[in-house]
Design a binder for this molecule. Structure first.
Ligand code: F6P
Length: 365
């Protein structure tokens, strides 16, 4: 056991994700019970590190949070301390304020920092490590699009919610003989649409990795009609695009490291289909942040707990500058330097797409 580490701190950055609280709980409990560390949390992600907004985390503080979505430490998806908006001589300017954060940690006696976040948050974690901070990263995102780990926590909760939404759309689609479109999140990766589509028995799955031809989607609906199936269910990833189209952007969030917010493809698809399909009503539903809220599923509670405990073990082993990851059945770790910016898309020729096609699901290609 490392003798030098006495106090550790955690922060959560980027969009919230089911399982954040489970990681906070696991880190805190393992750090206190196994290693006798004192544990603290910075509130509102890196902003809290800059403002020294720090609170103690104890066995009591983390009690009763395992199942809850969100983060008791709050989060921010805008604050990059290496390019941070501050007021200087009456005007707002961007400055590298990372030294202020490092000085805050030094004053509080923080020996190691556990950063829980997606690619943007982990990029800053890597940059703090380069400046000598003892950092351990934990990968978070419902999108499951980080190359360095087989599964990110939050993904399984999101697909459970999306699958439940598809089940619910089925019963109403069937009653009215409607074409129902469900838009799910996932940014530029189609994992949520693909896995919820298979589990929720969608007829059509549209994902960014396979540009769709609207005529092929119509063909699938017509084929179902010829078998007496007078309703159809389409799940579309927010980042999907047609063979002649672009991604659909819902808004630009200024100051966010990744300012583009996708959204609106379901409505576009509805309008495209309405031009050709006159016999059925076509309705779209955007699942939105519902897939990130509420309770964390069993799988994510366990994965988050495994990640959290391993993060503390890595602190004890002095393996700083690493990120915990899942490889097969094993919790492992990777250097942050190797993982930043590396995404994992759905393979159009991979097993999941292939089995979906073999059971008759159309990808509009
Ligand atoms: O990365 C997670 C995610 O939920 C994406 O699936 C989605 O595109 C984005 O975040 C939404 O971000 P925000 O919470 O800023 O709307």
């Amino acid at each position: 056991m490392s003798r030098k580490i006495k106090r550790i701190a955690l922060l959560t950055g980027g969009g919230d994700c089911p399982g954040l609280n489970a990681v906070i709980r696991a880190v805190t409990r393992a750090a206190i019970l196994q290693y006798g560390y004192e544990v603290f949390g910075y509130r509102f992600g890196y902003k809290g590190l800059y403002n020294n907004d720090i609170i103690p985390l104890t066995l009591e503080t983390v009690s009763g949070i395992l199942h809850k979505g969100g983060t008791i430490l709050y989060s921010s998806n805008k604050d990059n301390l290496f390019n941070y908006l501050i007021e200087e001589n009456g005007s707002m300017v961007k400055r590298d304020v990372s030294d202020v954060a490092i000085e805050n940690m030094r004053k509080e006696g923080i020996d190691a920092l556990v950063v829980i976040g997606g690619d943007g948050t982990l990029t800053s974690a890597r940059d703090f490590y380069r400046k000598g901070v003892n950092v351990i990263g934990v990968p978070k995102t419902i999108d499951n699009d980080l190359a360095a780990t087989d599964v990110t926590f939050g993904f399984n909760t999101a697909i459970d919610v999306a699958t439940d939404a598809l089940d619910r759309l089925h019963t109403t689609a069937e009653s009215h003989h409607r074409i129902m479109i469900l838009e799910v999140m996932g940014r530029n990766a189609g994992w949520i649409a693909l896995e919820s589509g298979i589990a929720g028995s969608a007829d059509v799955i549209l994902i960014p990795e396979i540009p769709y031809d609207i005529n092929k989607v119509v063909e699938k609906i017509r084929e179902r009609e010829s078998h007496g199936r007078l309703f159809s269910i389409i799940v579309v990833a927010e980042g999907a695009k047609s063979i002649n189209g672009d991604i659909v952007i819902s808004k630009i969030v200024e100051d966010s490291p990744d300012p583009i917010r996708l959204g609106g493809i379901a409505n576009k698809l509805e309008l495209e289909l309405e031009k050709v399909i006159k016999e059925h009503e076509i309705r779209s539903t955007v699942l939105g942040h519902v897939q990130r809220g509420g309770n964390t599923c069993t799988y994510d509670r366990i994965l988050s707990t495994r990640y959290g405990v391993r993060a503390v073990e890595l602190i004890d082993e002095g393996k700083f500058g690493s990120m915990v990851s899942l490889k097969g059945d094993t919790i492992s770790y990777e250097p942050l330097e190797n993982v930043i910016g590396k995404t994992k898309d759905v393979d159009p020729d991979g097993e999941l797409v292939s089995i979906a096609k073999k059971i008759g699901i159309s990808f509009g290609d």
